[in-house]
Design a protein around this ligand. Structure first.
Ligand code: MGD
Ligand code: MGD
Ligand code: MO
Length: 725
């Protein structure tokens, strides 16, 4: 990708992830405790340059291009058009967006909100880039207005981690901090492609590997970045063109096979413990855990044949993993979408925790559970109340602080929101960031759902699909990006974010805003709230004039933020207390809970000509933002409609490398879901499993196909058939 404003980008980069600078909008990996001057990565550079583009989508652009025309553009072309510059309104009369003033835009939203039959007809979506300040104000506004409808990108992302961890150990967040990676004896990386999606994590793994820690990768694909890595910040290594072997062991299971792997490791450990009492941590289990006997029984009852069949690995493979695990005193498990986007994600997360608990690997230095988050502040958004299932204690705290009567009934998650729009039960959609139309499943139905709304509103930096799939009326509200100076009535503001290690720190943009008419996300939310509810009960204007006041509010409502404004001034910020990391279990039994779920049945149901599709990211994209058409590590250039397939499957289906195929979903709901023009690429991937990029494949994912207990679309396991074109 070209950086269209190179000088600005370089200046900006030097401030990435540095105290006093801004938090890289790329990913949620933590900052190195001893970071040198430079702490960014190739893909962070892309994210920053993408935001700092010199191109503009202004009123002339919208006058030139009708909505009908823009709907024909692909995602890459839409976003590449540049930064949005002023509020735009589509009033449903003709085919164009037209400029409006901010005050008009706010009053359109307020009058629509005031006309709804019930506050639950409104949906308040959040993508995980919003700051803590904007997100807190947004949820406060939604609840003061009267609904808990806060669908968010987490519902499609790490929801299973939150649900599974909460049930098992009483906190929905990871239990490790960056320093633990310096102490671990072994690190197991499940279902994650850090080379592309969390490149700074590779530097952490590389350091651990050099120090002698064992790195074990478990991934359906042989991801290059996970195998070998040369540090772009180490000139010596670059000069001699050497690279460090990252993963000493690499296993390629079938899609969805990780629960079986974890079960197999547990089975080996329990077998070993019959003759070697140190194979499991008996003292930890006795003191801290409940449900061990039931778990032991379910592990015993799981036959090896099922474990090897579901995982696609041999007993020897699993034994190798079990040995590394048992021979290491301190072990970290990390994971991402390869674990969370399956039907049985919650059960899998809990099974990973079971294995950690067996050897006391939670709540000691160098060990723990690490779900590696996606969006740079998705974890912070949840912490400050973006949650369709808020706790009653949180709602009570809001009621007390603001003299409100917030709704106590749970709201709708992402998939439920889509259904409500389709059923006419939700009529107004506001998106604080993100690209709802492209990121969600079952594309045809999403388009229908959004277009049935009375009003769709998007607070965004760049033009995307969601802006052109409009409701009867639509607004685009352009906002400042993370890298830009945020000036409010009280002066220049900083915002705060929380990374995957629960570190909260401040972020301050350096660049001039892309347009003088942009407003900050916080100011936009406050503007909507003021127009809809007035300033009497909550003074939205005063809060957005000075973000330190919002932080004071957060401090008074949410535990763990004591001294918020002072503590973000210090170095790299502060760590939010994590009870599980201290071996205090906030579960009903006050113990860490073993789960005893059976292995999933859905994996046994596959028939011969049906393949399982996972949808994933290329190296040149950030979710639905497509930076370019290459996927360097996987050897793809200039195209995105590719289908990675095993050689045997290609042959069995009478196909050849390079053939074009149509992919069709197998379902029994009578809906045809197809995408066409996909080029077959012979690839090292287990038989029966195939892979293609998101969001091109989202039309294939049935809305009803969601993970048990958490509603995440099963983006990594869709049953499909192929037809040669
Ligand atoms: N540059 C860049 N950075 C990003 C993003 C981006 O799009 N671009 N997105 C951000 C977001 S929101 C997120 S959530 C994260 C996503 O980070 P990842 O989870 O790394 O993203 P995916 O591309 O979905 O990759 C899933 C990985 O899991 C493997 N996998 C899939 N299914 C299975 C399985 O059943 N078992 C095992 N063991 N492996 C499996 C795939 O082969 C692939 O390597 O990255 C964040 N960072
Ligand atoms: N098939 C399939 N679908 C998936 C996934 C998958 O693996 N496979 N992954 C899922 C996951 S993990 C996630 S997190 C979701 C992501 O879903 P979303 O978070 O909804 O989507 P993004 O593509 O990250 O959103 C990109 C848009 O955000 C806006 N934006 C960028 N920066 C800012 C900012 O600073 N402020 C504001 N207000 N707007 C900004 C820009 O306009 C840009 O077009 O997608 C999910 N969908
Ligand atoms: Mo994500």
């Amino acid at each position: 990708m070209q950086s269209e404003d190179a000088v600005k980008s370089v200046k900006t980069l030097l401030k990435a992830n540095q105290p006093g600078g801004f938090d890289c909008p790329g990913c949620a990996w933590g900052d190195e405790p001893d970071a040198k001057k430079i702490d960014f990565c190739e893909n962070g550079v892309k994210a920053i340059a993408w935001e700092a583009t010199a191109k503009r989508v202004d009123r002339a652009f919208f006058a030139r291009h009708s909505l009908d025309e823009l709907r024909l553009w692909d995602d890459h072309s839409l976003e590449k058009s540049g930064r949005l510059t002023e509020p735009m309104l589509y009033d449903g009369v003709d085919n164009y967006y037209r400029p409006v003033s901010w005050e008009q835009a706010f009053s359109v939203i307020a009058s629509h909100l005031n006309q709804l039959n019930h506050p639950d007809e409104a949906l308040f979506y959040t993508s995980g880039r919003a700051s803590n300040e904007a997100a807190y104000l947004y949820q406060l506004f939604g609840r003061a207005y009267g609904t808990n409808n806060f669908p968010d990108c987490s519902n499609m992302c790490h929801e299973a981690s939150g649900v599974g961890l909460t049930r098992s150990i009483g906190t929905g967040k990871g239990t490790v901090i960056m320093e633990d990676f310096e102490k671990a004896d072994a690190i197991f990386v499940f279902g994650q492609n850090p080379g592309t999606n969390h490149p700074r994590m590779l530097a952490t793994l590389r350091k651990a590997s050099i120090r002698g820690a064992k790195i074990v990768a478990i991934n359906t694909l042989k991801e290059r970045g996970l195998q070998r890595f040369s540090d772009p910040q180490s000139p010596k290594e670059m000069l001699i063109a050497s690279s460090t072997t990252i993963s000493q062991q690499y296993f390629t299971p079938k899609l969805g096979g990780d629960m079986a792997i974890a079960r197999g490791i547990a089975k080996r450990l329990l077998e070993r413990s019959e003759t070697d009492s140190s194979a499991i941590d008996q003292a930890f289990i006795a003191e801290h855990c409940q449900g061990f006997e039931a778990y032991q029984a379910v592990v015993k009852a799981t036959p090896w044949e099922v474990i090897t069949k579901q995982s696609g690995l041999s007993i020897e493979d699993i034994e190798t993993m079990a040995n590394i695990y048992a021979n290491s005193k301190k072990v970290i498990f990390t994971w991402a979408m390869g674990i969370t986007q399956h039907r049985h994600s919650v059960a899998t997360v809990r099974e990973l925790v079971n294995v950690l608990l067996l050897r006391g690997n939670i709540g000691k230095p160098g060990a723990g559970a690490c779900p590696v988050r996606g969006h740079s502040n998705v974890q912070g958004n949840r912490t400050v109340g973006i949650n369709e299932h808020p706790s009653q204690a949180f709602l009570a705290a809001l009621d007390q602080r603001y003299d409100l009567t917030t709704p106590k009934k749970a709201g709708m998650n992402t998939v439920e929101s889509i259904r409500a729009m389709l059923d006419g039960k939700a009529k107004l959609f506001i998106g604080l960031g993100g690209n709802f139309a492209a990121a969600t499943p079952d594309t045809d139905r999403i388009y229908k759902a959004l277009s049935q709304c009375d009003l769709t509103v998007h607070i965004s930096t760049k033009l995307n699909r969601s802006h052109v799939i409009t409701g009867k009326h639509a607004l685009i509200l352009p906002c400042l990006g993370r890298t830009e100076v945020d000036h409010q009535a009280s002066g220049e503001q900083c915002i705060t974010v929380e990374d995957s290690m629960s570190m909260v720190h401040s972020s301050r943009g350096q660049n001039d805003p892309a347009s003088p008419l942009l407003r900050s996300e916080t100011a936009i939310v406050a503007g909507i709230a003021q127009a809809a509810l007035g300033n009497e009960q909550i003074n939205w204007k005063a809060l957005s004039d000075d973000y330190s006041r919002i932080r004071d509010e957060i401090e008074s409502v949410i535990p763990g933020f004591k001294g918020y404004n002072q503590r973000i001034e210090q170095g790299r910020g502060f760590h939010l207390q994590n009870l599980a990391a201290e071996r205090t279990w906030d579960t009903p039994s006050r113990k860490a809970c073993f789960s005893d779920d059976p292995l999933p049945q859905c994996l046994d149901e596959v028939s011969e000509d049906v393949l399982t599709l996972q949808t994933l990211r290329s190296h040149d994209q950030y979710n639905t933002s497509i930076y370019g058409m290459d996927d360097r590590y996987r050897g793809i250039s200039g195209e995105r409609r590719v289908l990675f397939m095993n050689e045997a499957d290609i042959e069995n289906l009478g196909l050849s490398d390079g053939d074009k195929v149509t992919i069709s979903t197998v379902s029994n709901d009578g809906i045809n879901r197809n995408v066409s023009g996909f080029k077959v690429v012979n690839y090292q991937i287990p038989k029966g499993c195939i892979a293609a990029y998101y969001p091109e494949t989202n039309p294939l994912v049935p809305l009803e196909s969601v993970a048990d207990d958490c509603g995440t679309p099963t983006y990594k396991s869709i049953s499909v058939r192929l037809t040669k074109e």
